[in-house]
Design a protein around this ligand. Structure first.
Ligand code: AQP
Length: 327
């Protein structure tokens, strides 16, 4: 049984990109491995957050984890900030990181571009992410493709630590879906679908009502052709929609192409919307029941306790190896 660790930042309303890129694998992996899934609230504050929205989004992400099928009896579900070991190992990993390698992170470049003042936390957050993963000696990290570069840094930091101070950390592997690892914006396929986007029409939120989903998908950009064909290089818009379709149905890409042969984009988009609605409606129903039940607090408390049992000794070992005088 392998160790699995991942998390989503409560920095907006979760999108179908987060679901397909990360959560679908979270759900599958809980049956086969020892899994730890966090709501990474300390990552969210690397860009300014309204306190009321942060609290709401944090509870909402936890409830969506449960509603989409994560089972607290199978996986530990917790808030990153409830396990102080993350902040502490995060600092130690920051001291091992080089300016040059953090400057190369494309997410930092994208998120800081054109801004007058950029928080230091945005720059150093990949080191905190490395600590999140290494604290559990995770073997596998289910993430979308955009996180591949941060995972590479995590691997480098683990190897650097092990070389300098002796074998301590497992070097983790990313686990990225073959299709859907990067769901693109509905209005511009050169950009990743993102929950913090200011353009509502660019993403489908997991909590969007059916009519909003239908409207957004009917307006999603496509090329001027007619052929429903998966060809990312030449037909990126329709390929993006096919990726969503295959994850929201039992059809493979080849079956989708065959089904819509000669039919044009209109029918395809209508059916896609119904597939997405049918996938999200049961999640939304469960979500509202979970929020109303008030059960989240106890689940997060339990998850944090389980997480600390692993993270505490690992942090202690890392500090010992680095030469800290232990209390
Ligand atoms: N468009 C996407 N396609 C596939 N996977 C995606 N992920 C995010 N967007 C897509 C995956 O979701 C997980 C959670 O990501 P995060 O909350 O740590 O932040 P992110 O990667 O920066 O995702 P967002 O939605 O774009 O958030 P904001 O807007 O706050 O930056 C990760 O596994 C990610 O790969």
């Amino acid at each position: 049984m392998k160790r699995v660790l991942s998390g989503i930042a409560p920095s907006g309303r979760l999108t179908i990109g987060n679901y397909i890129g990360a959560m679908v694998n979270y759900i599958k992996m809980q049956h086969e491995h020892r899994c730890f899934y966090m709501v990474v609230d300390m990552h969210a504050v690397t860009v300014p957050q309204d306190p009321i929205a942060l609290r709401e989004n944090s509870e909402s992400v936890a409830a969506l984890y449960l509603a989409s099928g994560l089972d607290p009896k199978k996986a530990s579900i917790f808030m990153q900030s409830h396990v102080a070991e993350h902040a502490e190992l995060g600092w130690l990993m920051t001291t091992l990181s080089y300016m040059g390698e953090l400057e190369r992170m494309t997410q930092f470049k994208d998120k800081s571009e054109g801004k007058d003042s950029v928080g230091v936390g945005l720059f150093t957050y990949p080191s905190l992410m490395a600590a999140d993963i290494l604290l559990y000696n995770a073997d596998l990290v289910p993430v979308g493709d955009d996180q591949k570069q941060h995972l590479e840094l995590t691997r480098d930091l683990a190897q650097r630590f092990n070389q300098r101070f002796g074998q301590t950390f497992q070097v983790p592997e990313p686990f990225i879906p073959k299709v859907g690892g990067r769901i693109m914006s509905l209005d511009d396929v050169t950009k990743k679908m993102s929950k913090s986007s200011s353009v509502e029409a660019s993403y489908i939120a997991l909590l969007d009502p059916p009519n909003v989903i239908r409207k957004k998908l009917s307006r999603a950009v496509t090329d001027s052709g007619k052929e429903v064909k998966f060809d990312v290089a030449n037909k990126p818009e329709i390929s993006n929609l096919i990726s969503i379709y295959t994850h929201c149905s039992s059809l493979s890409i080849a079956e989708i192409e065959a089904k819509y042969e000669g039919q044009g984009y209109g029918t395809f988009k209508k059916d896609l919307a119904e597939q997405v609605v049918a996938t999200l409606e049961p999640i939304q129903q469960k979500y509202h029941d979970i929020r109303a039940s008030g059960e989240i607090t106890a689940i997060l408390r339990q998850g944090a306790e389980e997480a600390r049992e692993i993270a505490g000794p690992v942090l202690r070992e890392a500090k010992k190896k680095m030469g800290f005088l232990l209390p």
